[in-house]
Ligand binder design. Structure first.
Ligand SMILES: *Cc1c(COP(=O)(O)O)cnc(C)c1O
Length: 388
C-alpha cells in the first residue's frame, strides 16, 4: 500500500469538522461583545445562547442555563474542585472520593485539596479498568463531600456505571461529578439518567475548536468561580465571551448528537477490524480496557517485548500517528498511571499503544496499520531479545 497519513490519536484531540469550520469562518467578523446592550451585542449573545442549547441537548440537560462555558475540560474540572474547597473548608463534610485513573487535571486538583488537608481517596480499578464498587460503597460515607468519577477513560476507553455511582453518592448526601470529556459524542450522555450534579465537557474532543469547554451545574448545587470579574455566566465564569469558539462548540455539539448512532456503528466496526487483525497477526498481545463497556473508538494494546515509544516512532515513520502508555517525562519513561492502576505492571505498561479512531478513519486506514504494525513489533521484539 502506498504511504499515507493515518491519524489515530482522536482521544488526544480531533480536527475541526467542515461544518464547524465553515460556521466559524462565516462568523469570524462578528466581534461585538456579547454582553453589550446594543443590537450587535444582542445578536452575538443570541448565538451564544443557541450554542448553550445545543450543548445542553448533547448531555440531556433540560435547562440550557445549567450549562456554563469555560476554556475547556481542565477548567471545568478545576471549577468543581475549587467549589469543593470552599464548600468543605469549614464543615465536617470534606472527604473527596475519586479514582486512580482520572485525567491529570482531576488527579492534580484532588491532590491540591489533599495538600489543603482534605481527606482524599483514589479508588482503584480492576484489570479491565472498572472502579472497585465495593471500595466505593465502603469509602463514601456521611463525611463525603464529593464523588468524582470519569464517565469514560481517555487511555483505555473503559466506561463506568455513572448512574449507579450517582445513586450511591447521593444516598450518603455527597455531590457527584463526572468528567464526560471522552464520553460525549461517543456514547449517550444524559445528566438526568445519570443523576449527576456536575458534568465536564471539552469542545476539541468532539471535532470543535480548542480552548472551549463547558460545565453542567445542576440547579441548586454550590459553585464557586475560578475566574472572578464581570457578570458573564451568572458570575460563575467571568471574562468576555469567546464568541467564535462557543459558536463552534454549539455546531459541534449539535452534530455530535445527531451523528451519535452512526458514529457508534462505524467506530465499532473499524475497532473490531483493527482488534481482530492485531490479535490474529501478532502473538502475545494484551488488549487493555473493558471487553465491551469501552468507547467504540478506543483500542489500547500492550505488546510485551517491545517499547511503546519505539513502536510509536516506527509507526510515525510510516505515517501512522498514535499514543503510547508511557510519557517521556523529564528524561525518564513514566508508565501510564491508568495502565499501572489496572495492575498490568510496568513492563506491559511500557509496551502499550493507544489507537483512537475517529470520523475520518477508513477501512483502508485500518488495513494500512495491519500491514505496517506486525513487522515493526517483530523487529522490535527481536532487537530486545538480542539485547537481553
Ligand atoms: C482532554 C481531556 C481533558 C482536558 O480537556 P481540555 O479541554 O484539553 O482542558 C479532561 N479530561 C479528559 C478525560 C480528557 O480526555
Amino acid at each position: 500500500m502506498d504511504k499515507r497519513t493515518v491519524y489515530l490519536d482522536y482521544n488526544a484531540t480531533t480536527p475541526l469538522r467542515a461544518e464547524v469550520k465553515d460556521a466559524m469562518i462565516t462568523d469570524l467578523g462578528v466581534f461585538a461583545n456579547a454582553s453589550s446592550m446594543h443590537d450587535a451585542g444582542r445578536r452575538a449573545r443570541s448565538r451564544i445562547e443557541e450554542a448553550r442549547s445545543a450543548v445542553a441537548a448533547l448531555v440531556g440537560a433540560p435547562d440550557p442555563q445549567s450549562i456554563v462555558f469555560t476554556s475547556g475540560g481542565s477548567e471545568s474540572n478545576n471549577t468543581v474542585f475549587a467549589t469543593m474547597f470552599h464548600a468543605g473548608r469549614s464543615g465536617a463534610r470534606r472527604k473527596i472520593v475519586t479514582t486512580a485513573i482520572e485525567h491529570p487535571c482531576v488527579l492534580n486538583a484532588a491532590k491540591w485539596l489533599e495538600s489543603e488537608g482534605f481527606p482524599v481517596i483514589f479508588l482503584g480499578v480492576d484489570g479491565q479498568g472498572k472502579i472497585d464498587m465495593d471500595a466505593l460503597v465502603r469509602e463514601v460515607d456521611d463525611t463525603t463531600l464529593l464523588v468524582s468519577v470519569m464517565a469514560a477513560n481517555n487511555e483505555i476507553g473503559t466506561i463506568q456505571d455513572i448512574a449507579r455511582i450517582s445513586k450511591l453518592a447521593h444516598a450518603r448526601g455527597a455531590f457527584i461529578h463526572t468528567d464526560a470529556t471522552q464520553a460525549a459524542g461517543k456514547i449517550p450522555v444524559d445528566v438526568e439518567a445519570w443523576g449527576v450534579d456536575y458534568l465536564t465537557l471539552s469542545c476539541h474532543k468532539i471535532y470543535g475548536p480548542k480552548g472551549v469547554g463547558a460545565l453542567f451545574i445542576r440547579k441548586g448545587v454550590p459553585v464557586e468561580p475560578l475566574i472572578r470579574g464581570g457578570h458573564q455566566e451568572h458570575g460563575v465564569r467571568a471574562g468576555t465571551y469567546n464568541n467564535i469558539g462557543i459558536l463552534g462548540f454549539g455546531v459541534a455539539a449539535r452534530l455530535a448528537l445527531s451523528d451519535l448512532d452512526r458514529y457508534v456503528r462505524e467506530m465499532s466496526t473499524l475497532r473490531a477490524k483493527l482488534h481482530d487483525g492485531i490479535v490474529e497477526a501478532i502473538p502475545k498481545v494484551r488488549v487493555n480496557g473493558h471487553p465491551y463497556d469501552v468507547l467504540p473508538n478506543t483500542l489500547n494494546v500492550s505488546f510485551p517485548g517491545a517499547e511503546g515509544e519505539s513502536i510509536l516512532l516506527y509507526l510515525d515513520l510510516e505515517g501512522i500517528e498514535v499514543s503510547t502508555g508511557s510519557a517521556c517525562a523529564s528524561g525518564s519513561l513514566e508508565p501510564s498511571h491508568v495502565l499501572l492502576a489496572t495492575g498490568i505492571g510496568p513492563a506491559l505498561a511500557h509496551g502499550s499503544i493507544r489507537f483512537s479512531l475517529g470520523r475520518d478513519t477508513t477501512g483502508g486506514d485500518v488495513a494500512y496499520v495491519l500491514e505496517k504494525l506486525p513487522p515493526i513489533i517483530a523487529r522490535l521484539r527481536k532487537m530486545s531479545t538480542v539485547q537481553a
